[in-house]
Unconditional design. Structure first.
Length: 218
């Protein structure tokens, strides 16, 4: 609604389509993968659920997170909507987001045990055996998860459909990875530059969203 008012667009549908076209331009094809030390975990987006344990979920969206460790600071981030927390989904995410040879820190979830076979230095941490809570042991991914939750609930009031979630994650990633930029003009220039190289997206494709099929086969 804000974009519609600022640009004087004739309908909500037009403003919505413009925003989704821009979101699809926020990820550059063939972008570099994360390097060095990387924390990886998952978070869940959705309302309160009852009768589920651990990583189980009935209706929530599962988001895989990878973030570069730069001492106490964070480097770049990668996010993806995954179908489940199986080895296929999570290892596929890591392979698509992190450069081989990097050190990958995860919790002790069994789905990550196959990472060494794909060229990663896997450093699992069994949270249950630590004296500190998970958000202290793995602070970077938990901070990103908290920021993402607040962004979805605050900016979009939790009204993001599952089929479109990946594109909102692209927007969050674009904003976060350029958070230290001092020039809004350069950010806009980069987005327009990437939009010129993006494929045309008909409105029907925008409405259809994106499937949860993994984008990278390990």
């Amino acid at each position: 609604m804000g974009l519609r008012q600022v640009l004087g667009l004739g309908s909500y549908q037009t403003a919505w389509a413009w925003l989704h076209k821009l979101r699809r331009a926020m990820v550059r094809p063939g972008r570099d993968r994360l390097t060095g030390e990387v924390e990886v975990d998952e978070t869940y987006l959705g309302g309160v659920e009852h009768g589920v344990d651990g990583r189980e979920t009935q209706n929530k969206n599962i988001v895989a997170i990878a973030v570069e460790i730069r001492g106490r600071a964070m480097g770049r981030v990668r996010l993806a909507h995954v179908a489940d927390v199986s080895a296929h989904s999570l290892v596929s995410f890591v392979c698509g987001a992190v450069t081989e040879g990097s050190t990958v820190r995860t919790d002790g979830w069994w789905s990550y045990t196959g990472l060494p076979a794909h060229g990663y230095d896997h450093r699992p941490i069994k949270i249950s055996k630590q004296s500190d809570p998970a958000h202290v042991v793995m602070p970077h991914v938990h901070r990103i998860a908290s920021l993402l939750q607040r962004w979805c609930l605050g900016t979009y009031q939790g009204a993001i459909r599952s089929a479109h979630l990946d594109y909102y994650l692209d927007e969050f990633t674009f904003r976060f990875n350029r958070r230290r930029s001092r020039s809004r003009g350069l950010l806009f220039h980069r987005l327009v530059e990437q939009a010129l190289h993006a494929d045309p997206v008909p409105y029907r494709s925008l409405v259809g969203g994106k499937s949860l099929a993994p984008s990278h086969n390990p």
